[in-house]
Design a protein around this ligand. Structure first.
Ligand code: SAH
Ligand code: CA
Length: 214
């Protein structure tokens, strides 16, 4: 299910700041060389993450699900000068390409890129994060929410991607078949009912849930 007519999406992109040269290259190379390139955030969502980060001006960002580093580089655009983004991915096959792009970027010194299972790594992190971006395996979204809630400061934000899952969350005939859909519905319900956070579900791209820790 597409949420926006193609013309509206194209018009919105046409009236949104362009991607930097390095993000264009990363976008192209990911599509040319990597499996499942549609997972990359892309122009519009990337600019959204950048703008949100520039509004918050974070010192510490946590990202769960680096992939080739596109969303990480967008989120870094709002970091304070000595800020740090910690990003975690379990897929070691992407490490060389992703690290090369991080090193070429303006944020080489600000990025702490870890390879491993986020469920194991997050509990070891000592930082008090201003923003956490959840974008890894959907099966673990509820665990990531609970882990992030511990690690994000009061007033900080948790952003979860793909919470509309191509619209499957409102297609009841698919609910039984698909574990990811069921778990995302469960995630959306749980965070919506949790009085420790305020929440907004934005139908941007594949659905972004933005939570503020109260
Ligand atoms: N944030 C990226 C896209 C992430 S795609 C962007 O917007 O450009 C999801 C990523 O989550 C994949 O690279 C996958 O390897 C990673 N992932 C899946 N399970 C994980 C886990 N348990 N721990 C850490 N990363 C995981
Ligand atoms: Ca995503």
């Amino acid at each position: 299910m597409k949420f926006l007519p193609d013309e509206i999406e194209a018009y919105s992109e046409a009236h949104t700041e362009g991607e930097s040269e390095i993000l264009q290259r990363l976008n192209r190379e990911t599509y040319a060389k990597v499996l499942n390139p549609r997972m990359l955030s892309g122009h519009l969502q990337g600019r959204f993450l950048s703008m949100i980060s520039r509004m918050i001006k974070p010192d510490r960002i946590l990202e769960i699900g680096t992939y080739t580093g596109y969303s990480a580089l967008c989120l870094c655009e709002g970091l304070n000068q000595n800020g740090r983004l910690t990003t975690i991915d379990i897929n070691e096959e992407l490490e060389t390409m992703t690290r090369n792009f991080f090193n070429m970027s303006l944020f080489a010194e600000n990025i702490d890129y870890r390879i491993g299972n986020a469920l194991d790594i997050i509990p070891l992190l000592q930082d008090n994060f201003d923003i956490a971006f959840i974008d890894a395996d959907k099966i673990n979204y509820i665990s990531y929410f609970n882990l992030c809630l511990e690690k994000v400061r009061t007033g900080g934000f948790i952003i979860a991607d793909n919470v509309l899952w191509s619209g499957k969350v409102v297609q009841p005939e698919l609910k039984k078949a698909d574990k990811d859909t069921q778990l995302l519905m469960e995630f959306n319900r749980i965070v919506h009912e949790d009085s420790r956070v305020s929440n907004i579900l934005l139908p941007i791209r594949d659905g972004l849930m933005i939570l503020q820790k109260l």
